[in-house]
Ligand binder design. Sequence first.
Ligand code: GLU
Length: 462
Amino acid sequence: MRSARTRIAPSPTGEDLHIGNAYTALINYAVARQSGGRFIVRIEDTDRTRLVEGSEQRILESLSWLGIGPDEGPETGGPFAPYRQSERLEKYRSAAGQLLDKRHAYYCFCTQQRLEEMRKNQERAHEPPMYDGLCKTIPDKEARERVKNGEKYVVRLNVPDEGSTVFRDIVRGAISFENRLIDDQVLLKSDGYPTYHLGVVVDDHLMEITHIIRGEEWISSTPKHILLYDFFGWTKPEFAHMPLLRNPDRSKLSKRRNPVWVSWYKSEGFLPEAVKNYLATLAWAHPNGKDIFTTDEMVAAFSLDRVQTTAPIFDIGKLRWMNGEYLRIRPKETVTDQIFNFFDKKYPSDMIRKVLPLVIERMKTLKEFESLAGFFFNAPDKLERQPGPTTLGKLKSALDKSDWRHDRMESSVRAVAAELKLTAKEVFMDLRIAVTGKSVGPPLLQSLELLGKEETLKRLSA
Ligand code: GLU
């Protein structure tokens, strides 16, 4: 395979990188890497009304947290800079000029009011909402005259009335659209900015993108892009539309039902390697049937033509499971460092290291270390329920006399139970609640051994 140049082209209109975009980014990254090619990020910031302050930076940060930062992009630079569309306006204007000269595009002077009326009429007649082509009939000379006189205009794509536009999608095979159903899309807006359709085609061409890999929500835009490539006389890249991720109830992945921003996964203590691994398994399976594999292994084995078209379910429960597996297969030293950094050095790492074996089996995220093991570092500020005071008093004196080894403490606790005619289970539970605040947690006596005699007795008296 020739070396691929792939890209994602996020619009900085959301809080951060959407998990669905992280998914397409990963696939683009893999396709570029496996051919020794390059992965590019281009910021599509031409919809000035929807820009969100700081969004671009957070998108780039999230990609770099995932370890799939671009080889070329707005911060990295590269041979095709600038990588921000708002800094490339001249290129779209001149491209639009080329199309106008060949009548593959035309000036449109329709007012907002006329367009709204047209839309309402179409709605009433149950017709698809499309531009009716009124301005296409204006002779070129007259149109240019009106532009020169300062009349407000947009530039529209001149879609042929007949025939159809066909392209091959690597994932889905041949896809065909009837031209009469394709809208005369606005290419250049009255503010001088291109629309997505013009910007994306011009830049994918100029940046020598070989594979357009994006979400399936862009399929209906693709025939417009194909027409543009043909009108410009440019070689077309390959297309692959990835299935959209869905919630477990099959609805479209949305922030109402699922956390969608990559930064959320980071702040919840997911590991970037696990997130990537899980994403990789969504519409593709490792040919060896493996569940757990590195990004490098994915890169080596991935192929677009083995991507399934049915919408994969993004199940956060499965991701949590996988994240837990990653925590357990990693060297304890690495996990210790990760916890240390995750909590901003709040907990001393030598203690994290000692505590880790007691909680690692139950941990699914770095963040859960705190709910499982926080009591090693701070006495609980409230108890799940109040343990019996007599039991605690007896436990205190019995444990005071015990050797501070978990196998020795056991008999002391059992002796207290016998004396009070309670079950051992009840007494252990009171002990657990008094020391940890909670009724579930890591192995109790081993935890006490680590916590130390002084601190344990202090909590029993409190
Ligand atoms: N700017 C589009 C987006 O927001 C890019 C779509 C594409 O990849 O062509 O996702």
